[in-house]
Design a protein around this ligand. Structure first.
Ligand SMILES: [Zn+2]
Length: 102
């Protein structure tokens, strides 16, 4: 997947368009990620015996990766992601500055 855990991303579509955040969790099979402070939803949690908090809780819902753009850690611009195959691994590239990201 083009976006990975720990990446800083820009939201390009939806309710949080124009905002940036860091990827906290990634679900590659669903092509979704959870981004800090993005796509925050209210959950109505029922009290369950044990530690869980009851009432209305705000959590980040997963967002589809095509709604995001990677922000290049080198040039700081939102960019599309390219790939390059090295002898031992496949790495990601910034399409703006050409720098290897991983
Ligand atoms: Zn770059």
């Amino acid at each position: 997947m083009r976006i990975r855990k720990g990446d800083t991303v820009l939201v390009i579509s939806g309710r949080d368009r124009g905002r940036k955040g860091k990827v906290r969790l990634s679900f590659p099979r669903k092509e979704e990620v959870v981004v800090e402070g993005i796509n925050v939803v209210k959950r109505h949690a029922r009290p369950i015996q044990g530690a869980r908090q009851a009432g209305i809780i705000q959590t980040e819902a997963p967002i589809y990766v095509s709604k995001l753009m990677l922000i290049c850690p080198r040039c700081g611009k939102p960019t599309r992601v390219g790939f390059k195959t090295l002898p031992d691994k496949k790495v990601r590239l910034c399409r703006k500055c050409g720098e290897v990201i991983d």
